[in-house]
Design a protein around this ligand. Structure first.
Ligand code: BTN
Length: 262
């Protein structure tokens, strides 16, 4: 064990709050900002969420024993880094999944900006929420990883589009949150250090590498709920935006939205 980790494998400076159950670890951090603000960085984790939240007001299924539900709260020095947060959270999930199970990183990828896929199926989701507390930015990186689901654990509408670490690794064993969380924390804080050290080029290179399965492919993209755009995915630009090429060959950059799964 490295000297900068505690007895459970977490970074030494990380305050870990483990709840028996909660509505949502992201909501808990927002609600309790005043209590945690002097202890940052903090990790709130719970084996069960009764009101787990996904992006676009969706629900994140959060049954006990199936997934990892964790929210990291930390201050970020500069707003220019905000577009990078979902990306580095995704890298951290990929590195964690590999380290925990040995599955190949060729099969893992990010679907800009917030999803982690295994063989094209969603294995983890990320919900970033920020509270501006001038001059600081308080960021919440909420991460849900499907650990021990079998196909039958997903509702019918997700069964063909979602997977879990157990399914990906083809393993009989269950993955324990206590084993996966410290890995996730270490990888996330490694990337946050790089971000704050200005290593944006490496981050964008990595984001493009992990977008390999979409590169130069036709995609449909919800810029807003009511506006669907089609084009060719041309990668991620220097400040974390999606590059989309229209049928006429024009390139446009988008900073929010959602690529549809095909
Ligand atoms: C998505 O893909 O829509 C994002 C899902 C994010 C789920 C995680 S689980 C931990 C944290 N708490 C929440 O309520 N949501 C995030």
């Amino acid at each position: 064990m490295k000297a900068n980790t505690n007895g459970k494998g977490y970074p030494c400076n990380l305050e870990v709050i483990t709840l028996e159950e909660c509505d949502s670890t992201n909501t808990y951090l927002k609600r309790n900002y005043d209590q945690v603000k002097d202890k940052l960085p903090v990790l709130v984790t719970s084996p069960l969420q009764t009101a787990g939240r996904g992006r676009e007001q969706r629900t994140w299924l959060s049954s006990r024993g199936k997934g990892l539900y964790s929210s990291f709260g930390f201050n970020l020095a500069a707003r220019q880094y905000l577009n990078m947060l979902p990306l580095i959270s995704g890298f951290s999930v990929i590195e964690t999944l590999q380290a925990a199970s040995g599955i190949s990183n060729m099969e893992l990828g990010i679907k800009w900006p917030n999803d982690v896929l295994y063989q094209g199926k969603k294995i983890a989701g990320i919900l970033i929420e920020n509270i501006i507390m001038e001059p600081q930015l308080f960021c919440i990186a909420g991460i849900g990883i499907n650990l021990n689901h079998t196909k039958d654990d997903f509702p019918e509408e997700l069964a063909e589009r979602a997977t879990s670490l157990k399914m990906a690794a083809g393993s009989d064993r269950e993955y324990a949150v206590e084993e996966v969380n410290p890995l996730l924390a270490r990888f996330l804080f490694k990337w946050l250090e790089k971000l704050e050290a200005g290593e944006q080029k490496e981050i964008i290179r990595t984001a493009n590498r992990y977008s390999h399965f979409l590169m130069d492919k036709p995609i449909s993209f919800h810029q807003t709920r009511d506006r669907l755009i089609s084009g060719i995915f041309k990668g991620i630009n220097h400040d974390g935006g999606l590059i989309l090429e229209s049928n006429e060959g024009n390139k446009a950059i988008y900073y929010s939205g959602e690529i549809l799964c095909h």
